[in-house]
Design a protein around this ligand. Structure first.
Ligand SMILES: *Cc1c(COP(=O)(O)O)cnc(C)c1O
Length: 239
């Protein structure tokens, strides 16, 4: 690398804000009723500790075993959120400590969470993931199936899980109008279910939507929980 390039790269590095500065910016910017989940997947414990020392207490991970390892190492007043797709055979690893599971998409999975929660004498809060993006790759239920699940007799038997809201991901696109429409759709479903939620034996209070690229649009459309990773911790390196 020639010296000019090296100098430029150094400048770029120095411009970069630290994790605690990023958090400070978010804490100033987010409305009081919007919770910030710091998405720390792939990041080392030292990065998470920097966020912790800046006051952050909610962390989101998308791999159960990675989350468990971090939970072992880190202070115990952290709330750990599982934001990724959940494999049933791994629920047992997080059941002793997880505080919110964002991406529940079937009764089968809920039953497994309930079973493991019971073993640990805990209640585990969950969100149903609703598919709002047009891409096929995104997980989630449609509204009809979610409504059926919420109203089912079987769910009433699950005493150690509680569905307290919904989660969704918008299409990965620069088209803000499309993103906004997808979030609006989810907000509408959320509000409908919220009204009915007492009948379902629960109380809806969390609408988890918005990531680094679209959290502002999400908040405009009623989100009260944003899941922000790269805008706090920097780009992820998956190697
Ligand atoms: C990785 C991830 C995020 C955070 O993504 P960023 O773009 O880095 O903010 C949010 N939600 C889910 C479900 C994720 O997997």
């Amino acid at each position: 690398m020639n010296s000019e390039k090296r100098r430029k790269r150094k400048e770029k590095r120095e411009e970069k804000m630290t994790i605690s500065e990023n958090l400070e910016k978010f804490n100033k910017e987010l409305p009081d009723d919007v919770k910030l989940v710091a998405v720390s997947k792939t990041k080392p414990v030292s990065d998470l500790m920097e966020a912790y020392n800046a006051g952050q207490r909610i962390f989101g991970e998308n791999k159960i075993q990675e989350m468990e390892a971090k939970w072992q190492e880190m202070p115990k007043d952290i709330q750990w959120h599982m934001i990724g797709h959940v494999q049933r055979n791994k629920v047992k690893y997080m059941a002793p400590f997880v505080s919110l599971i964002h991406a529940v998409d079937s009764l089968k999975l809920l039953k497994e969470i309930n079973k493991e929660a019971e073993k640990n004498e805990r209640n585990i809060d969950c969100l149903l993931q609703i598919k709002i993006a047009e891409e096929d790759s995104k997980f989630g239920m449609d509204k009809t199936d979610a409504a059926k699940l919420l109203a089912s007799d079987e769910i009433k038997k699950l005493r150690n899980v509680k569905i307290i809201g919904l989660m969704g991901m918008a299409t990965f696109t620069d088209d803000e109008k499309q993103i906004s429409e997808e979030f609006q759709k989810l907000e509408k479903i959320y509000n409908e279910f919220k009204i009915q939620s007492r009948e379902f034996g629960t109380e809806f209070r969390i609408l988890s939507m918005g990531m680094s690229g679209d959290y502002k649009i999400a908040i405009q459309n009623g989100s009260n929980m944003v899941r922000v990773g790269s805008a706090i911790f920097g780009e992820r390196n998956y190697n």
